[in-house]
Ligand binder design. Sequence first.
Ligand code: NAP
Length: 513
Amino acid sequence: MTADSKRFHPHGKHLIAGEWVGGGETFANSPATGESDQFQSGTPAHVDRACQAAEEAFWSYAYASRETRAAFLGTIADEMEARAETITEIGTRESGLPEARLQGERGRTTGQLRLFADHIRKGAHLDRRVDGALPERQPMPRPDIRMIQRPIGPVAVFGASNFPLAFSTAGGDTAAALAAGCPVVVKGHSAHPGTGEIVAEAIHAAIQKCDIHPGVFSLIHANSREVGQTLVQHPLIKAVGFTGSLGGGRALFDLCAQRPEPIPFFGELGSVNPMFVLADAARNRGTEIGAGWAGSLTMGAGQFCTNPGIAVVAKGAEGDAFVAAAKEALEQVGPQVMLTDGIAQAYRDGKERFTGRNAVRALVSNDSEGRAAQPNLFETDADTYLQDHALGEEVFGPLGLVLRVSSGDEMQELAKGFEGQLTATLQMDEGDTDAAKALMPILERKAGRVLVNGFPTGVEVCDAMVHGGPYPASTNFGATSVGTMAIRRFLRPVSYQNLPEALLPEDLRGASA
Ligand code: NAP
């Protein structure tokens, strides 16, 4: 087989209600290697058609049995595996990510679909509550009241460029919404439309195999903001799952809030994921932690939302070993391909924000060119950081900032000054327990996940995971976009009072208090 015969040639159409739809203007993707492909750009009419079909599908899909929905999710996973090589081929070409990463991410994506299938089979998401009738109660009898969570309606999904599979077309948001019983309309990411197409093809095949209403899933490609904006404002859309930048997420969040009927916007946005290196850990293992931090910071060209962009460590000899090791390790890292030209440019701009700034010292300074990024490392003190808001903004890429503090109190003040985060990390040894205890109440107010002696890159998909946090890490601090709890975003509790058995949702029939 020649290399070209393995190449996936996308047709570039939208998948709307079971049909591949073309027409209209086109745009090209910008693969990291090889020639580009052409894609249709969606219109408000495409959005309307997809939303109408999603609403129509709701009436059967939301009322299908949990087993039907679970089998559908499992079949999507099977169909993705049947297209594994094609997904990896187009995915690596479009994103510039290595093959092994795309293969791993596919495993995570199919694993996620199957995890949600198991979750709904168990009925754990229903949060079933039954308060039986108390007809003899004085002075008033109590009616029979029972509650379960119900699907909310069609959901719009926006994926992120840095996870072309796990946070995209059939990613966590889509899996959670479909598991909940909500049809999905995906606004395809313009950085990986070909990857989106092959995954949509897998979902399409699963729809046909499982005989599900085709309106349950649509994918609309677009390289204009109009499609996404029209989608979140469409009256039939009842919630949005978004993973991406703070700027994009905030713009769409505001549109959702301004609708005549405001809807929830579940945005997972940016984070600098501070890491606190406590005194004993810095003294005993500073070199090891510094090298480990550099590895986490540069993994995947630093293009992870959980990238630990800021390290906090003591001034003086105590913290010097950590800083020296991080510097040495970062100096060994060569250029890495970034996801898009735009992200590479934003990385260069981010570095410029730090360069030449008062009291900010460059420890590793590299000029990055084209679509490649090289690591950068800066250092400053807590006061400078707290007074300069720009230093706390995420730079998406392999850029680290070390904040040097003179005391435990200053570390706590700094922790209080951070905005909402996806994660906060403590590097600690046993002798650091009291300092860690003092930081904990601050960190758990700031972050969705607090971890000890590890690095936050690598998010386990499981029941107890929270991938979210106070704004700007997410737009809804009570939610997670990873793990089974993500399904709650697309469910709404309904109480049923004194309903005869025949009128109750199937999942509430026969339940006793
Ligand atoms: P992005 O540029 O915000 O794009 C995400 C999606 O939103 C794309 O489909 C994009 O459309 C669309 N979009 C962006 N701004 C819009 C607007 N004003 N109106 C309508 N649609 C809009 O994000 P990205 O570059 O893909 O991802 C990188 C960023 O995501 C990083 O900051 C990273 O930290 C963050 N991220 C966060 C998480 C998390 O869980 N918190 C996970 C991964 C990534 P186009 O296709 O037209 O650009």
